[in-house]
Design a protein around this ligand. Structure first.
Ligand code: SF4
Ligand SMILES: [Zn+2]
Ligand SMILES: [Zn+2]
Length: 303
């Protein structure tokens, strides 16, 4: 193995986009530097913030809880809590809930677990059998709904998710090739709206493989199981294309991110954020009269 481009010690990672070899210490330093850069650039963490971390227990969210606590945990004006949503996916969710409990106890972080069964009235596995929608439709709508509601009810000012550079660039390209520019515009950091907790993505500048390496180097337990309902053929094609492209031309995922950022003002002008109403049934924020979660609950006979 080569030596670290910064200090000359034994390197453990070759960072292709910067053409540098990094030792353990300088990999961690560089990783955390890019997290701090993203946080600062988008004012993700501000004075008196109470940050709720969406903690599924997968590698990204577990690494996020660890990194945020390490980098900002000593600040007296900032506070953290973690929220885990248990959708009720047999075989897949229980091990990650266990990991979420373990990491929050190690980090001494407040942890709230909310389940579809208790809050919505049915587990995802049952919804899939009973309803006619795709599993990810139920899962995505109810998870977002519960994350926002739980964060707000627990006085959180922001909701942090573990989306990394790979996730973000895949979504950018996916929406672009599907000509869904309105959805693409939703990736622009949003302005504050009543009852909607502002979302932040502190890992938007780090590669997925770097998140995994960060976990390994910090002895953070990870669970690599895949959801049995995961089936995204178009996204998988985009992911594979980006992987090959990045391999051949390192740093291009950053180029995609920068191009997107350069277009942000244009998106803001052409697709202004919609004013939100209160759902007629549950009172949660929605651009319509009844929120999507209530529509699905009605379809499933839950209300
Ligand atoms: S892949 Fe699984 S966890 Fe992800 S949204 Fe779909 S059902 Fe939910
Ligand atoms: Zn070094
Ligand atoms: Zn509603």
């Amino acid at each position: 193995m080569k030596s670290c481009s910064v200090c000359g010690r034994k390197a453990i990672y070759f960072q292709r986009h910067s053409n540098r070899h990094l030792c353990r210490k300088h990999f961690i330093y560089d990783f955390e530097r890019r997290v701090k850069y993203a946080v600062k650039r988008y004012n993700m963490i501000e004075k008196d913030d109470r940050i709720a971390i969406a903690l599924s227990g997968g590698k990204d969210s577990v690494a996020l809880a660890f990194a945020l606590k390490k980098l900002y945990g000593k600040r007296r004006d900032v506070d953290f809590l973690a929220i885990t949503i248990d959708e009720g996916i047999a075989g897949y969710r229980p091990p990650t809930v266990k990991i979420a409990k373990k990491i929050t106890s190690e980090l001494e972080m407040e942890h709230i677990i909310v389940s579809f069964r208790e809050e919505i009235g049915m587990e995802l596995d049952e919804m899939v059998k009973k309803g006619d929608k795709k599993p990810c439709t139920y899962c995505g709508v109810f998870r977002k709904y519960l994350l926002n509601r739980t964060a707000r009810e627990n006085d959180a000012t922001k909701l942090a998710t573990g989306h990394n550079l790979d996730d973000e660039t895949q979504t950018i390209l996916l929406n672009f090739v599907q000509a869904d520019i309105e959805r693409l515009a939703r990736l622009v950091p949003q302005r504050v709206q009543e009852n909607l907790v502002l979302r932040i993505k502190p890992f938007r500048e780090v590669y997925e493989k770097e998140v995994l390496l960060y976990c390994i180097l910090n002895d953070i337990e990870v669970e690599m199981g895949e959801c049995p309902y995961a089936h995204f053929p178009v996204r998988a094609a985009i992911r594979d294309f980006l992987y090959e492209f990045e391999n051949k031309y390192p740093g291009r995922k950053y180029s995609i991110m920068r191009s997107f950022e350069a277009l942000m003002d244009c998106f803001k002008t052409n697709f202004p954020q919609k004013e939100l109403n209160k759902c007629r049934i549950c009172g949660e924020p929605t651009p319509k009269d009844v929120c999507q979660a209530c529509v699905l609950r009605m379809e499933l006979g839950l209300i």
